[in-house]
Design a protein around this ligand. Structure first.
Ligand code: PEP
Ligand code: MG
Length: 325
């Protein structure tokens, strides 16, 4: 099995009936980019930048960040590298940043909310990203967007950073692509509006599921609710993909769900363009996708979305799709 997979390292990901999708890796530091490539990644679909800020006693400087982003971009040799701006807060704390104690940290001051409130912090990261953008194919992604207003404010700060660099004759990629994570249900509901103002979406199911189901992703006692296959979750994913495609924008997924064997046939059927996962899952997923028929999976996806619960859906995929391969 491993040998069959290993032969797929340098192949593109094309279904049996010729539909091309992209298999990307989630990474947490620039060193992991090389591993991702060796594991068959066609891109980096999520570079979590928190590592730069954690385990130290002060904010990383613009130059430190620049070097890290540049290294990831260069390691990927022109392949796309989606870099997510700082997603701190929630459960992730920094010793040198005192945040107010909150009753519901996951519903509180985190990610883009914190960055928009601390422009100096956000500006430093945006400048570093822009400077690194000439060394490869970097795309910027904002986490936790819930409103058009947040997206516009973040983009305005990006424009200001560009103008500042331009004034100082510091080069950057002028048509840098900018996307957002869809991980707040409100954003999914207004995906048609958001799609008009971004270049791409990446669905963050780790958070989207917990917010949709009102079930903490870490809480074992309510884990029965934390179900990627719940019809509500699948319908929301369908809606997000349709809204993006309506505007000619691509949609990825960078939550754990994107690498799940039983989810991949459904996501393919719903039209997902990019699957981003931990590097170790890439070859297994490519092997699976190459055996699937896109038009068949469209029918399968429509069928399972009318079912009543996640167990039924998972069982159907196992019996009617996976076991027949
Ligand atoms: C997600 O929420 O699905 C995601 C990819 O982001 P994180 O797991 O870093 O919150
Ligand atoms: Mg998230």
């Amino acid at each position: 099995k491993k040998e069959t997979w290993n032969r797929l390292v340098h192949e593109s990901t094309v279904t049996k009936d010729g539909k091309r999708v992209e298999l990307a890796a989630n990474i947490g530091n620039p060193q992991e980019a090389a591993q991702a490539l060796a594991s068959g990644a066609e891109a980096v679909g999520l570079f979590r930048t928190e590592f730069l800020y954690m385990g130290r006693d002060q904010f990383p400087t613009e130059d430190e960040q620049f070097e890290a982003y540049k290294a990831a971009a260069q390691a990927m040799g022109g392949r796309p590298v989606v870099i997510r701006t700082l997603d701190i807060g929630g459960d992730k704390e920094l010793s040198y940043l005192s945040l107010p104690k909150e009753l519901n940290p996951f519903l509180g001051y985190r990610a883009i909310r914190l960055c928009l409130d601390r422009p100096e912090l956000f500006r430093t990261q945006l400048r570093a990203l822009l400077r690194a953008s000439v060394y490869g194919n970097i795309k910027i992604m904002y986490p936790m967007i819930a409103t058009l207003g947040e997206l516009r404010r973040a983009n305005r700060m990006l424009e200001e950073a560009k103008e500042e660099l331009q004034r100082n004759q510091i080069p950057f990629q002028t048509d840098l692509k900018v996307g957002i994570m869809i991980e707040v249900p409100a954003a999914a509901m207004i995906a048609d509006q958001l799609a008009k103002e971004v270049d791409f979406f990446s669905i963050g199911t780790n958070d989207l599921i917990q917010y949709m189901m009102a079930a903490d992703r870490m809480n074992e006692q309510v884990s029965y609710l934390y179900d990627p296959y719940h019809p509500a979750v699948l319908r929301m994913i369908r809606q997000v993909i349709q809204a993006a495609h309506q505007e000619g924008k691509w949609v990825g997924m960078c939550g754990e769900m994107a690498g799940e064997e039983a989810a991949i046939p459904i996501l393919l059927g719903l039209g997902l363009d990019e699957f981003s996962m931990s590097a170790v899952s890439i070859l297994r997923s490519r092997h699976l996708l190459k055996q699937l028929d896109h038009s068949e999976m469209r029918a399968v996806a429509e069928h399972v979305l009318s079912m009543e619960n996640g167990e039924e859906i998972r069982a159907y995929i196992k019996e009617q799709v996976l076991s027949k391969l």
